[in-house]
Design a protein around this ligand. Structure first.
Ligand SMILES: [Mg+2]
Length: 343
């Protein structure tokens, strides 16, 4: 059995750890001018992530808006993954706050026990609610964690699995976007079981080889059930917004400094050094990101070195009306491996 662990309303939960008086209050965390995460009381009032902060406030006037505390969020994400690694023999990251875990469970009961223990430790040691789904394949584990929210554990057993493989709405299949769902609707398919009536060739023409194979595999119950661990992270990012909601705005150079400091500290803590940096500049109004890269012959996680490089990349050509930026350390390798190659 596979576990899918996913922190609930992650950004908002991180904020609420030190603002417990707001726990029952509608709270939204804002990145730039967009709601990045809303707690469950806010969701109950119709606040959704991805909306403009001012629209969310109109929808729910007593909504408390808080800037994303990036440093805290990134460190909470790292701590969460440390816990995942302590709890499982293999961890496949999904995002900064969710992963598939192979806990070596042969039975559903063992997987459930491991899930409860993980949830208990996340709550006690990190102050975070982590929902856990247990299923035979990754899709089932992911559907289970969705069903477990908020702050729960759900197991999809054999019976429910068979039912889902037949009746699950296509749009709820993880990885199926609105375009694929629309194309399948043209074939009168809205639920998984309905693809049985469609010849494979037709399915492939409508949604491509990869998706057609995947949907068939889900119907045959041969979909992906392997947790693929990463040996160590190959990149590590820190990002932030120029505009503050309750703080002063930063200049791009100031924000770059904050991000470089943070990402280097996290790399050092993980025992990793980088051989390159990528600076992603995010203009306002949804204009496409500008990406600038710079490799370096010698691996390091020294913030002074990477800050010089990053400032250099910013100065190359100024981007007007910058909303935010991201600093990514690339080509990460364990620090001790660098020393081995020296001798
Ligand atoms: Mg989550």
């Amino acid at each position: 059995m596979i576990l899918h662990a996913d922190a609930d309303a992650f950004f908002a939960s991180v904020v609420l750890r030190r603002r417990p008086e707001l726990a029952d209050h509608p709270v939204a965390v804002v990145a730039h001018i967009i709601v990045a995460s809303a707690n469950y009381p806010a969701r109950a009032r119709g606040v959704r992530s991805g909306t403009l902060a001012q629209d969310a406030q109109r929808q729910c006037p007593e909504l408390v808006l808080i800037d994303v505390p990036r440093a805290e969020v990134e460190e909470a994400g790292d701590a969460l993954f440390d816990l995942f690694h302590e709890s499982a023999r293999a961890v496949e990251p999904g995002s900064m706050e969710e992963a598939f875990l192979d806990v070596g469970a042969d039975s559903s009961a063992q997987a459930v026990a491991a899930g409860h223990e993980l949830r208990r430790r996340a709550a006690q040691e990190l102050g975070l609610a982590v929902s856990v789904g247990v299923g035979r394949t990754k899709l089932m584990a992911k559907l289970a964690s969705r069903a477990a929210k908020p702050d729960g554990l759900h197991v999809i057993g054999a019976e429910q699995e068979a039912e889902l493989r037949r009746c699950l709405p296509i749009a709820d299949v993880w990885g199926v976007g609105t375009r694929t769902a629309d194309r399948l609707r043209e074939l009168s398919i809205s639920r998984l079981g309905e693809i049985d009536a469609i010849p494979y060739e037709t399915l492939r023409r409508h949604c491509g080889t990869t998706m057609a194979r995947r949907l068939r595999a889900i119907r045959d119950a041969t979909d992906d059930a392997t947790v693929r661990p990463v040996e160590h992270r190959s990149t590590l990012s820190s990002e932030g917004a120029i505009k503050g909601y309750a703080r002063l705005d930063w200049t791009p150079r100031q924000l770059a400094e904050i991000c470089v400091e943070r990402v280097c500290r996290r790399a050092l803590r993980a025992g990793l050094v980088a051989t390159g940096v990528t600076l992603t500049l995010r203009p306002e109004h949804g204009a496409p990101d500008r990406v600038r890269k710079r490799p370096r012959a010698e691996a390091t996680a020294d913030p002074a070195i990477w800050l010089r490089v990053t400032h250099d990349l910013i100065d190359q050509a100024p981007v007007p009306a910058l909303a935010g930026l991201r600093v990514t350390l690339t080509g990460l390798i364990p620090h001790d491996r660098v020393q081995q190659t020296l001798f």
